[in-house]
Design a protein around this ligand. Structure first.
Ligand code: BLA
Length: 298
């Protein structure tokens, strides 16, 4: 029950996840080190008690598979693990983010859809129709975390696990199991993915991924902590060249091209995370993955 013990439990479960996820990946595909690996393998924090772990690879069909862990003994534990396909595939983005302090763990685990599934029904059919049992399995054990930055919902799927819970061994055991279940599903989808040949569809996939990277590189909730731990310029490098690598190469549109509602009168980006505010007190999808939270926004 003690907070410290819980935090240690969280750290070991994040490392165990990264280790097992890499093992599962190697069983299915050939990983090559990503160019960003060399530069970021030894990130040094401002204080000696914080340890960073960074890994990045590419593989057939996979443009970037990267993992960041941060551990500060008896204080915080962070996991940021993501996988992005090559633009020739419209695969969802594997997204596992967890921030654990002595009092709580904040978790987002999802197969982030490349396309807004309320608009792209066929995309939803293709990927999410069959995945709904995943969320039925976890929605009680890892309950909806309450109000959330409204803009974030656009990047989430109906199987998203958004949860805030006490960092106990037991809860982290469940989280580990969910992380592995979701990652194995992503690996299976990657296995089955068929290469797109239509240039306009490939361009569409590329832009959708770039829009996602642009959002997260600018508005990720982890950024203030990264700045505190390694300083502003290193944090910026980590975000643009490692965590969301591709933001400066996959497309040329700017944050404000994609998200003009953040424009200030002087043409700069509004620093607020959200223009709409937080909403969605309860899970805004039903058991069939239909969005039911529409009226709640705003
Ligand atoms: C909080 N992290 C949050 C919250 C979300 C996310 C939704 C709750 C606050 C909010 O509603 O904005 C995560 N948001 C996401 C993700 C997406 C998104 C994954 O839009 C994807 C599209 N979190 C990390 C890392 C750190 C981290 C790497 O993933 C630290 C290095 C920290 N997250 C962190 C902290 C909070 C948080 C400190 C609580 C403080 C806050 O809300 O700003």
């Amino acid at each position: 029950m003690s907070g410290g013990g819980g935090v240690l439990g969280a750290g070991s479960s994040y490392h165990r996840f990264v280790h097992s996820a890499m093992e599962q990946t190697r069983l299915r595909t050939a990983l090559a080190p990503h160019p960003s690996q060399e530069k970021f393998k030894c990130i040094k924090a401002n204080d000696d008690s914080t340890v960073f772990g960074a890994l990045s690879f590419s593989a057939p069909k996979v443009r970037l598979l990267r993992s960041l862990t941060i551990e500060k003994e008896n204080s915080v534990q962070v996991l940021d693990f993501a996988a992005f396909s090559e633009p020739e595939y419209d695969l969802p983005i594997f997204c596992a983010n967890a921030f654990t302090s002595p009092v709580q763990s904040i978790v987002v685990l999802d197969l982030n859809p490349l396309y807004d599934i309320t608009l792209y029904k066929d995309y939803k059919e293709k990927y999410f129709r069959n995945l709904m049992p995943l969320i039925q399995k976890y929605s009680e054990l890892l309950p909806w975390g309450g109000k959330i930055t409204s803009e974030s919902l656009r990047f989430f799927s109906p199987v998203v696990i958004w949860s805030i819970f006490e960092p106990t061994e037991q809860n982290h055991h469940v989280l580990y199991s969910a992380l592995m279940d979701y990652y194995k599903v992503w690996l299976e989808l990657a296995d089955q993915a068929i290469k797109e040949n239509d240039a306009s569809k490939i361009a569409h996939n590329r832009e959708a991924q770039h829009r996602y990277l642009t959002w997260r590189a600018e508005k990720d909730p982890g950024y203030p902590l990264l700045k505190k731990l390694i300083g502003e310029s290193h944090a910026k490098d980590l975000v643009t060249e490692f965590l969301f690598e591709g933001v400066n190469s996959l497309g040329s549109k700017s944050f404000l091209d994609y998200f003009p509602e953040y424009a200030r009168d002087d043409g700069t980006v509004n620093k607020k995370r959200s223009m709409i505010g937080k909403s969605f007190e309860t899970r805004p999808w039903d058991a069939d993955g239909e969005f039911i939270g529409g009226d709640d926004a705003g």
